[in-house]
Design a protein around this ligand. Structure first.
Ligand code: SF4
Ligand code: SF4
Ligand code: SF4
Length: 277
């Protein structure tokens, strides 16, 4: 048995049996091979159901926002970065969560991921994370070399597949609004149909809402039943934020999020009272 999962189970059991937490959020085996599923464990003896393998793909930070009990959460690199965001945005109090960090068990499917080990934890399970690749954003840069017409056609084709089930939004730890703009009726910001115009507004608005907060975990894309390529848009925003603000989300606690701050000295002409933006 893998030493990492044994250590995770032992620590989770100890936390539950000593009353330090009421629930452990982790993964258990799914009904299909390679599809481990998020689980909520409340009894020490059930910790043997926890797994840590290639199938542990969801971003578990998503489940903490609504969790009222004192919880332990098992995190890999991207989940931990989302936790940092949630703490920075005051969506989580640090004393309500015990963070069990473990090296990411995924060896494929997250090209470009450079941070596989948790950036924040109370307890770090020993072990080595898989190899990290260099993220040179070649996918975004290659896409940018297409003509405007080709990019538009590709984006329209992808967005046209969307059935507006909102699984992407629901899987995203950065999308925690109690009332999402898509469900707002007064005013209604976007139509509820799956016509191209409505779909475009949904996807472009969501991309802007998560700009500077997205950790490129891929949870949204994995959740999509229609195979919509959401990653190209999210990663375009990641690159913009990186180049414009020298910022990557979720790396340090209490760092200001670039799109959540206002600087009166901002050199943008329109903020200075007119001129061309
Ligand atoms: S937008 Fe997608 S990739 Fe970014 S944090 Fe949300 S789920 Fe993860
Ligand atoms: S799409 Fe925007 S409004 Fe909707 S949940 Fe995400 S961040 Fe909130
Ligand atoms: S999960 Fe896919 S189909 Fe559902 S709203 Fe998101 S992009 Fe559209």
């Amino acid at each position: 048995m893998d030493k990492i999962i044994l250590e995770i189970r032992d620590k989770a059991q100890e936390l539950l049996e000593t009353g330090q937490v009421e629930v452990v959020i982790g993964f258990t085996a799914g009904t299909l091979p390679g599809k481990s599923t998020p689980c909520f464990i409340t009894r020490g003896e059930d910790c043997e159901l926890l797994v840590w393998d290639e199938g542990c793909k969801n971003n578990l930070a998503n489940y903490l926002v609504k969790e009222k009990r004192k919880a332990a959460i098992i995190v890999k690199g991207c989940d931990s970065r989302s936790l940092v965001n949630l703490l920075t945005e005051n969506q989580l109090s640090r004393d309500r969560v015990v963070i069990l960090g473990a090296p990411c068990p995924l060896t494929e499917g997250c090209e470009g991921c450079q941070i596989k080990s948790p950036v924040i934890y109370d307890y770090l399970v020993s072990g080595k994370a898989g190899k990290t690749g260099e993220d040179d954003f070649h996918d975004v840069k290659t896409f940018a070399r297409l003509s405007p017409q080709e990019r538009k056609e590709y984006f329209y084709k992808e967005v046209s597949k969307c059935i507006r089930c909102y699984a992407c939004r629901n899987a995203c730890p950065a999308c925690y609004c109690r009332e999402c703009f898509v469900e707002n009726n007064l005013p209604q910001w976007v139509g509820k149909s799956t016509q191209l115009a409505d779909n475009l507004i949904f996807h472009l608005t969501r991309a802007l809402h998560v700009a500077g907060r997205c950790v490129d975990c891929g949870a949204c894309q994995r959740a999509c039943p229609m195979g919509v390529d959401l990653r190209i848009l999210n990663r375009k925003m990641l690159l913009e934020v990186k180049e414009l603000y020298q910022f990557e989300a979720g790396l340090k606690e209490e760092q200001e999020l670039p799109l959540n701050t206002y600087d009166p000295g901002d050199p943008e002409p329109f903020l200075a009272g007119g001129g061309e933006a």
